[in-house]
Design a protein around this ligand. Structure first.
Ligand SMILES: [Zn+2]
Length: 747
């Protein structure tokens, strides 16, 4: 469960607890004397719900000038609403405090949902300016709610009385989330403790910003310099020219310079034929920001670890991870660590097997050396090309965008859940490339609206995502209005719009999020649909990817655009076989980074204090990695401590959270196994998954949710099999995994 309304994040959509200005249609809320007169009313487009079907935004009526006033008014209204809750002379109750808080900020929620949707997918300079201006104000506004002591006193009064109250499970979840969210922000601390937390927050903010700048400088300001063109043998002419230009720009006229990229491995390495040059480039990356040049982020790391551990201790937590993971499924660092450690034996075996295979390839070529990290991808790519000659362009000829969506993604949703879709053309959209569909439920009733925005354009940020224009909520009587945004290169005018298999997969993935939103069946928006924990939210979307290559679905949509012939099975088999190649490295480096993140986050205050000097930082990293038992010198972590931006470049960021990618993959692969064991693509399976997982939002314990679905605890074995780390028949007796997760610590 996750306290969505209390999360003090830059998007006020999360603050949308919501009310249509106080007084309107407060069906359940007989608030004795909330002073309606004191609540200002808004003006402009966002002051009221849209009058379009499903209350979907009317883009024909929204202008850029509407946003700032709507944000300002929305915050002012919510502030007044909060004050009215505080000033209510009646004793605090679920309705007049917790639900009233949930209902507050409706105008703010309305503007934020639209604003952040369009700045993400169709921004302008003006929208970017507004974003810069409004984001800190929204953060401060959120803080002023979660850190309001008078509001907390009322919330706590309700919470402390909860044993005596009769509540639905969803009410109980809302109450607990509201309370926990405020406690997490510091509501239970003493004045002195709160002052110290504020100091720590601002110190962390400075230190982590500096970490980000130094890590960036270690890439941008310190490219690797090569003296001669021979060093770059194997690179393309344009890469060589770029290296010459960069050297000149950095004052090394006549030489060559390669800028480092984020990860430990560097993208140009596989093409470089000069082994000494490969080693030089790799080692510069590997030793980045660790004092081998004048940049050393280790003192910042030591300070960050100490401050985080101190902050956690102020909250009575054993370590930073325990504090940061309060609203996650895994909840305790030991659970996440145990889960990852369980993969280690199989992974270590695979790493050694792959190294042996690459050593053979090197010997076959007449090389007299053993593979090192700087050689790895050069030889892995060669072996891969020999074994699987995947022709991605030839494959894309079977994937026409409209057909993939309607006869693939929608078809699978119909078979599993009984959904049907009708394209419509009457709704205004924010860009002409956006299409809309009404989604009908299994009984033929309207379930929601779906917006589909597939194409790359300059005004859109990278990646793919899903969100809501309108959240499902029984309280407001709203049905979900959901959008999927992708970045598919648009075919030239008049040509058939084909997509890569990667993008096919992304279509199924994003629609998996959409299903999670469409099947939401909650009373409260802050618990509705995808308002779930970070280590859970990617689970339903990953599960939906399984239907992309499911034979019955595939044969319905993957047809050659000219001949109409169905995609040959060998093509898909080859694709799936290739996806298991090189996992000792590809997967291993991610597991190592995730473990390293968790080790840093799981330090007690005393342990953190003992890591003080730069040398001690290096030692701790080395020790932590050595303890794992993986081949860390052949396969180093994807990010080393000194340039692990995800966890050290913002006050919290992905710290104690990098494992989430692996965790949701475990849930996903285990669920795919359940579907396959139970007959695959059937309505019965879909309805069961919908009932137990997709419709439950953030209203219950996630382990319970999973048990309701699968009838058992999640199991890591199917993920290891899918990655090719263990063979299916090995699973039963492999020491690598009895599969079971360690029991979750409850306290
Ligand atoms: Zn996703």
């Amino acid at each position: 469960m996750k306290a969505q309304i209390l999360a003090t994040v830059a998007t006020a959509a999360l603050l949308a607890g919501c009310t249509t200005a106080y007084g309107e249609d407060l069906d359940t809320m007989a608030t004795p004397s909330a002073d309606a007169a004191a609540i200002p009313s808004g003006t402009g487009y966002f002051a009221a719900d849209s009058t379009l079907p499903f209350k979907t935004p009317d883009f024909s009526k929204i202008s850029e000038d509407d946003y700032i006033p709507a944000f300002e008014q929305g915050m002012a209204i919510q502030k007044a609403e909060i004050q009215a809750i505080i000033d209510n002379p009646a004793p605090p109750t679920m309705e007049n405090t917790i639900v009233a808080l949930e209902k507050s900020g409706r105008m703010l929620g309305r503007v934020a949902r639209v604003f952040f949707a369009v700045t993400g997918s169709n921004t302008t300079d003006r929208l970017d300016e507004i974003n810069t201006e409004i984001s800190p104000k929204l953060t401060a506004h959120g803080d002023s709610i979660v850190l309001n002591p008078e509001l907390f006193a009322r919330v706590k009064a309700v919470y402390d009385n909860r044993a005596a109250m009769t509540m639905t499970p969803e009410d109980a979840a809302l109450l607990e989330d509201t309370y926990d969210g405020m406690v997490h922000a510091g509501a239970l601390l003493t004045e002195a403790q709160r002052t110290r937390v504020k100091e720590i927050n601002s110190e962390l903010s400075e230190i982590t910003t500096e970490f980000g700048q130094q890590a960036r400088a270690a890439m941008a300001d310190q490219p690797v310099i090569f003296d001669s063109r021979e060093d770059l043998a194997g690179l393309s002419e344009s890469d060589i020219k770029a290296a010459a230009d960069l050297a000149a720009e950095k004052g090394f006229e006549g030489k060559y310079a390669i800028a480092l990229q984020n990860t430990t491995q560097q993208p140009l390495l596989p093409n470089m034929t000069n082994r000494a040059a490969r080693e030089k480039l790799f080692m510069a990356s590997y030793n980045r920001a660790n004092g081998t040049t004048d940049i050393d982020t280790r003192p910042l790391v030591a300070k960050t670890a100490a401050l985080r551990a101190e902050k956690a201790a102020l909250f009575g937590e054993a370590d930073w991870a325990s504090y940061a993971m309060w609203d996650r499924m895994a909840e305790k660092p030991a659970t996440a660590l145990g889960f990852m450690e369980r993969m280690v034996p199989a992974l270590a075996n695979t790493q050694r097997r792959e190294a042996a295979m690459l050593n053979e390839a090197i010997a076959a070529e007449g090389g007299d050396f053993e593979v090192q990290p700087w050689d790895w991808y050069r030889y892995a790519n060669k072996v891969k090309a020999e074994r699987y000659d995947l022709d991605e362009d030839a494959m894309a000829e079977y994937f026409q965008l409209d057909t993939v969506l309607e006869d693939g993604v929608f078809y699978a949703a119909e078979k599993l859940y009984g959904l049907t879709f009708q394209k419509r053309s009457d709704l205004p959209v924010y860009h002409p490339d956006v299409t809309t569909y009404t989604v009908f439920d299994r009984d033929g009733s309207e379930l929601g609206l779906f917006y589909f925005d597939p194409f790359q354009r300059e005004s859109k940020r990278g990646g793919a995502w899903m969100s809501n224009f309108v959240d499902q909520s029984d309280l407001w009587g709203t049905k979900p209005v959901i959008y999927n945004v992708l970045n598919i290169p648009k075919a030239p005018e008049g040509e058939v719009q084909l997509v890569s298999f990667d993008n096919v997969n992304t279509l199924f993935h994003e629609f998996g999020h959409a299903l999670h939103g469409f099947f939401a069946d909650q009373r409260y928006e802050s618990l509705s649909g995808t308002a779930v924990a970070r280590d859970f939210v990617e689970y339903p979307s990953q599960v939906n990817e399984m239907w992309a290559t499911y034979p019955e679905v595939l044969s319905n949509y993957a047809k050659h655009y000219r001949t109409g012939e169905t995609i040959p099975a060998e093509m898909i088999e080859k694709l799936e076989a290739a996806s298991q190649f090189n996992q000792g490295y590809d997967f291993g480096e991610v597991v190592e980074a995730a473990l390293l993140d968790m080790k840093w986050a799981a330090l007690s205050r005393e342990e953190a204090a003992a890591i003080d000097t730069p040398e001690e930082v290096s030692q701790f990293e080395r020790q932590s990695l050595e303890q794992l038992g993986l081949e860390i010198d052949l396969v180093p972590p994807r990010y080393r401590t000194t340039y692990f931006n995800h966890i050290f470049s913002s006050p919290s960021g992905y710290s104690a959270g990098y494992y989430s990618y692996l965790w949701t993959e475990m849930l996903d692969r285990d669920s795919r196994k359940w579907f396959m064991d139970n007959g695959g693509l059937t309505r019965a399976n879909g309805d069961h998954y919908r009932k137990t997982v997709l419709s439950t939002g953030g209203t219950m314990d996630y382990f319970e949710m999973f048990r309701n679905f699968a009838g058992r605890e999640p199991d890591v074995t199917p993920m290891l099999e899918a990655r090719g780390l263990i063979a299916g028949d090995e699973a039963a007796d492999s020491e690598a995994s009895d599969g079971k997760l360690p029991p979750r610590t409850v306290n």
